[in-house]
Design a protein around this ligand. Sequence first.
Ligand code: NAP
Length: 407
Amino acid sequence: MLWFSMSEFLSVFLCLRRRYSSDKRVDGQVVVITVVSAKKPHFNTLQLDLCSLQSVRHFAKELSQLESKVDILINNAGVMICPEWQTTDGFEMQFGTNHLEIQMSEFLSVFLCLRRRYSSDKRVDGQVVVITGGNSGIGKETAFQLTLRGAKVYIGCRDMRKGDMAVHDIQAMNPKADITALQLDLCSLQSVRHFAKELSQLESKVDILINNAGVMICPEWQTTDGFEMQFGTNHLGHFLLTLHLIPLMKSPTKARIINLSSVFHTIGEINFQNINLRNGAYNPYQAYANSKLCNVIFTKQLATRLQGTGITAYCLHPGVVKTQLFQHKLWAQFLIHLLFMSPEMGCQTTLYCALDDQLANESGFYYDNCRRVSPNRMVRRATDDSIGRQLWELSADLVALETRLNI
Ligand SMILES: NC(=O)c1ccc[n+]([C@@H]2O[C@H](COP(=O)([O-])OP(=O)(O)OC[C@H]3O[C@@H](n4cnc5c(N)ncnc54)[C@H](OP(=O)(O)O)[C@@H]3O)[C@@H](O)[C@H]2O)c1
């Protein structure tokens, strides 16, 4: 902390801070800046209290009535190192104001139709696609969309009753859908191994693997194998599954692995000393963020280790989507219906990563809103190779990865 302040002071005193010197103009562009107090008369000010979700929603609505587009959104406002205060909605003040503010851009995106759609009509006839957690939310919609494009889809579901219902629903919407549900519980390493074996008996290749399933902000639960639930399901289960399926992906044609992460990864940390957050360290939000950071780190490692094999890896934030994921949070049940995107919009970045030809020669990156996020804009621990290697080795140990499958 002090070291950072030092470098700031030196930068300012020694004029080391850079100034953006271009004279680029943005005439007529609509810019939204969140500020703590806007006293300058040349600002058009609108009421916005980031401590109150109601105020945020009201602001977005008011803005959408004034403007039909926003060109630049600057999430600038923030509070720092305050006492233990709470927002109007009962969140810790800095988390509620500084982080939930990120949702602002989501709200605006939805209201102002800024979320992109993957518009290509690319077909994937006969390609074998595996989607974990394909019985609901984003995974189910992804499965449906890929059957429309001719794919042969397998959805991995922990509850086969829900899996069969999803197959039934998708076939009702698309009678030609080639879709099968198979039993997969990512909380159980045995189930993951069994799923991979069953699939390899049915298919000789996998073209696209979409690691979509996830749990979020659950109580302090454990997987069958004793790992913290969100780390175990969201990361370890997918780690083991991917490594079991890679031999099926090494066919002459190219294959892709897509990992669904989240913008929450930006506040994640990898606590190598206490990876399961035991002894009072468990916090459901932090555990989710950590597991989503694992997804990003895992993707980059896959890209490095799979270079030259024809298999590429991608991870993404789908947007804030109306799904079952928020079932452990009552506050979200209310917001969901008002503000979140439909699963149909929420699967667009997954489709983009799975299908887009322009991505064929890139691997290991993070995507949002059908666009690659520059590595310079990522938090450092998400792209740090030494953390990546350490996480890989730890994960391989924890799942007792078969030596022949390690890459
Ligand atoms: N929704 C959002 O706003 C949002 C934002 C950022 C990232 N994401 C990510 O998007 C992905 C999809 O989430 P969603 O929003 O579509 O949520 P969802 O509707 O709750 O879907 C999650 C799926 O994962 C399955 N699943 C959970 N635990 C499993 C396990 N142990 N084994 C096998 N399957 C399991 C669920 O099965 P059951 O039906 O049996 O529970 C469900 O099919 C997740 O990775 C999530 O982290 C979502």
